[in-house]
Ligand binder design. Structure first.
Ligand code: NAD
Length: 316
């Protein structure tokens, strides 16, 4: 029976579906011990990972029977795609399966940042009643600015519009006649930074997008604006962001992704003392519901691929 190795958490029902047809090795803590993955994949036909397992050329070389990699999510920066292509290993991201929960995360954090409500808990536990300090803003009538206008950004656009926001977006790779532009006004990056009250980032991490939001870009934003990054760490220059927040050049930020993950106490120091920042541990795309959707989609694509590969082997 062919073997499937799963190195990060996957919904139990999806693991059970795989177990019905294949020999499954599942340890959701394996990504923390990369060395232990190497012998396990020696006879594996499929590998299933989230974003912490590094699928390198060396790991692929240790897995001569590997036919596909299922990615429980969408970002592919932990997978050496070129090495996979060279070895004929197909990679299946769970495209679209967690768009909705990332979009909800963006709207939730936009509201929290504009109202500042999360700031009062500590003061209230000390017996304070900081009402004047917490007169915030509504989303309605404000501008949502999206950098990148792919699957997740469009879900954000739909929700922002329903809440009465205007939506602008920047995506040079999205054709002018794309029907998605009915959801947002097509503007330049400077247009997003100049107009938006909430800037939300939805691009992959590439050579072009690395530190795309640097000190210069942050300086173009309104001082009352907030920024939300659910895309990838490294797209915002964290030092420049911390400096802009501490100097009051920006009203707030919510970060779900970081230049190095997990964020160490040392790396988090740059944000310490800032009241206008929300930090979360890369959870925008993970809810109970999305975990079920992502896991089911990944199990289906991996099963279909292995079934096809099996049929081809028989026909050959
Ligand atoms: P997508 O591929 O659907 O959209 C990305 C868009 O970015 C594309 O339309 C592309 O044209 C555009 N783009 C690429 N380079 C650009 C550039 N230089 N300037 C402007 N636009 C550019 O991707 P998606 O599914 O919407 O995901 C967006 C990001 O969110 C990715 O980085 C993904 O890894 C990340 N993500 C994070 C979580 C999380 O839990 N935090 C969950 C899901 C996705």
């Amino acid at each position: 029976m062919a073997k499937i190795v799963i190195t990060e958490f996957m919904d139990d029902a999806a693991v059970d579906a795989l177990k019905q047809q294949y020999d499954v090795f599942y340890d959701q803590t394996l990504a923390d011990r990369q060395d232990e993955i190497v012998p396990l994949v020696a006879d594996a036909a499929a590998l299933i990972v989230r974003n912490r397992t590094q699928v390198t050329a060396d790991l692929l070389d240790a897995a001569p029977d590997l036919k596909c990699v299922g990615r429980l999510g969408v970002g592919l920066d932990n997978i050496d795609m070129e090495a996979c292509r060279e070895r004929g290993v197909t990679v299946y991201p769970a495209t679209g399966a967690n768009n909705l929960c990332v979009a909800e995360y963006v709207i939730t954090n936009a509201m929290l940042l504009l109202r500042g409500a999360y700031q009062s808990t500590e003061a209230m536990l000390q017996g304070e009643w900081p009402r004047q300090a917490l007169i915030g803003h509504e989303l309605a009538g404000r501008v949502m600015g999206l950098v990148g206008f792919g699957g997740i950004a469009r879900e954000v656009a739909v929700r922002a519009s329903v809440l009465g926001m205007q939506v602008v977006a920047y995506d040079p790779y999205c054709l002018a006649d794309d029907p998605g532009w009915q959801l947002a006004r097509n503007v330049s990056l400077d247009g997003v930074l100049d107009y938006a009250d909430v800037v939300s980032l939805h691009v992959p991490l590439t050579g072009d997008t690395k530190h795309m939001i640097d000190a210069e870009a942050l300086a173009k934003m309104k001082s009352q604006a907030v920024i939300i990054n659910t895309s990838r760490g490294g797209i915002i220059d964290e030092e420049a962001l911390a400096s802009a927040l501490s100097q009051g050049k920006l009203a707030g930020a919510a970060l779900d992704v970081f230049e190095t993950e997990p964020l160490s106490a040392e790396a988090a120091m740059k944000f310490s003392g800032l009241k206008n920042i929300i930090l979360t541990p890369h959870i925008a795309g993970v809810t109970q519901e999305s975990n079920v959707r992502v896991s089911a989609m990944t199990a289906q694509t991996v099963l279909a691929h292995l079934d096809d590969a099996g049929e081809q082997a028989i026909h050959l």
